[in-house]
Design a protein around this ligand. Structure first.
Ligand code: KG4
Ligand code: ZN
Length: 359
């Protein structure tokens, strides 16, 4: 596939991402400046700190993207930007920058829903990656990130039907919270995955919220149960309970941390994988697509691969760097939108609570 070539900007949360993507599929450049180290100091994201970091890094990230791609403005067909959902201040930095570029260079502006981007990441090809089969419709898409957890049926690009979503916390939020309770730092997701891989005993069981036959999710009870289970393990080790809001505890023996991390991860993966498989069967899906930061979890990907194999369906999970926030996923979604004639005005505003919607 080739053209349009889109310059895509992502700044909805804590990664400043700018990419050049051809035809909604081929990546020419994809530069991400992560604020993880900055937010690790506070154990989570402080919105104003995130917005200021986007302001600091957005120009250097664009310069790095131009260098990687070896193209210039004459090759660019449109400028795309995430306009929601996300943190207002963070979104405003990317939107203002995108508008300025579109206006100065007289290019159309394309507004992208961040959630659409997480799904469309499954279509991306790295610069020198061989062509491979695209996900086939109808499909079931699972998006699991720090801010969102939902299952949707997709009958074409941008044609979504929400099947279920979290009724409280996102899966990534639960990973981050439990990572903190275990003294593993921020972000909790990758840290829990690494700790869990070291577990030698797998006896601990964390509760699963099935919510009947729905495709909804709930992780707040799991968070509460995790605190109770972690405090019991701490009591066994002669340690006081974790203080709410206190500095992360780092004093449980590594073997115990590993076992608890494994038990927690197993509960999240179990619920996500079973509901996804049940949804795929129910809607007669021809493929399964997964996206969002938690999709970077190797154990989740392996479990979903087993479920998909049992159903005889192809599973499409982007490589980890395309699961977490990046500009290329916005370029992927923008390529499809551009082809439908979708254009945003220079009065585009940030939509912090933008829902997943059919185009
Ligand atoms: O998609 P993302 O980068 O940002 C949002 O749109 O929210 O997702 C970030 C989330 C964080 O909660 C982080 O802990 C989680 O994704 N995450 C993981 C892994 N890598 C990132 N969770 C589990 N396992 C991982 N390997
Ligand atoms: Zn995201």
């Amino acid at each position: 596939m080739s053209g349009p070539l889109i310059l895509a900007i992502e700044s909805s949360c804590d990664e400043t991402g700018i990419a050049l993507v051809d035809g909604g599929r081929r990546i020419h450049a994809n530069v991400v400046a992560s604020q993880v180290a900055l937010h690790a100091a506070t154990g989570g994201i402080v919105p104003e700190v995130a917005a200021r970091a986007h302001l600091r890094w957005i120009v250097p990230v664009l310069e790095a993207a131009w260098q990687d791609a070896g193209v210039g403005w004459s090759d660019i067909d449109a400028v795309a930007v995430t306009y929601g959902p996300g943190l207002a201040g963070s979104l405003l930095v990317g939107i203002s920058f995108a508008k300025a570029l579109a206006w100065v260079h007289r290019r159309p502006l394309v507004a992208v829903n961040h959630l659409d981007g997480h799904v469309e990441a499954a279509w991306l090809l790295d610069p020198s990656e061989a062509e491979r089969a695209e996900p086939e419709f109808p499909l079931v898409a699972l998006v699991v990130s720090g801010g969102h957890t939902f299952l949707a049926e997709m009958r074409g690009h941008g044609n979504y039907r929400l099947l279920g979503e979290t009724v409280d916390d996102a899966a990534g939020e639960a990973f981050d919270k439990v990572g903190r309770l275990l003294g593993l730092g921020y972000p909790g997701g990758p840290a829990i995955m690494r700790a869990a891989a070291e577990a030698t005993s797998r006896d601990v069981t964390f509760p699963r919220a099935w919510l009947g036959e729905t495709y909804d999710f709930s992780f707040s009870g799991l968070k509460t149960a995790a605190r109770r289970i972690i405090d019991a393990a701490r009591a066994d080790a002669g340690l006081p309970p974790v203080e709410p809001g206190a500095a992360p505890a780092v004093d449980l023996p590594p073997g115990v941390v590993a076992e608890l991390a494994w038990g927690f991860q197993d509960a999240v993966v179990d619920v996500l994988a079973r509901k996804t498989a049940r949804a795929a069967r129910a809607v007669g899906a021809r493929s399964i697509v997964v996206g969002g930061g938690v999709a970077a979890n190797r154990v989740l990907a392996e479990r979903l691969a087993r479920e998909a194999a049992e159903l005889g369906l192809p599973l499409h999970v982007p490589r980890p760097g395309l699961c977490t926030d990046n500009g290329a996923m916005i370029g992927a979604a923008a390529g499809r939108l551009y082809a439908t004639g979708a254009r945003a005005g220079l009065d585009l505003d940030a939509r912090p609570n933008l829902p997943l919607a059919s185009r």
